[in-house]
Ligand binder design. Sequence first.
Ligand SMILES: [Cu+2]
Length: 227
Amino acid sequence: MAYPVQLGFQDATSPIMEELLHFHDHTLMIVFLISSLVLYVISLMLTTKLTHTSTMDAQEVETIWTILPAIILIMIALPSLRILYMMDEINNPSLTVKTMGHQWYWSYEYTDYEDLSFDSYMIPTSELKPGELRLLEVDNRAVLPMEMTIRMLISSEDVLHSWAVPSLGLKTDAIPGRLNQTTLMSTRPGLFYGQCSEICGSYHSFMPIVLELVPLEYFEKWSASML
Ligand SMILES: [Cu+2]
């Protein structure tokens, strides 16, 4: 989860999020280079008295300042598309979990099991135990096996919601009448927090998402205890 006054992203938990972090740094580097160049040129233009009243055209420099930005754009577009298609890939999932957005809670349905489903409500501030996180803790966490590809099916029962877990690089709209799909894979165990990311109504801020990623044997015990 994010810590107070955090400026950057949360640490990556999935390979996709690692890729996204690399891509973010790569793009930001280009932004810094362009900004410094532009600021430098602006400061030059404000301080110099040199003007070229006789220059009508300059083919060479025009060719350079047309082709160079095109190359920079390709350097951003190609890795971006690569990650986009990687995120779209469904890598033979070993578990499918359907989550539905409601006003204002999430419900989870483990469709590989006969009867494994529950609602996940936020714990109100007045009922928090010491050390629990305000507006982020839920009564029933979605327990999932780590190091396994999981297919998340996301939809909504009433209005638009969005199922988002930043450290896994996930953000998928929950749209009534539409079933969206995304893949989830965690490389380590732990608790991963997210929130609804579509303004969905008065309690929009109070429908957090908590994933508990555990080794497979613990997941099996948990699923057996839930049946
Ligand atoms: Cu919502």
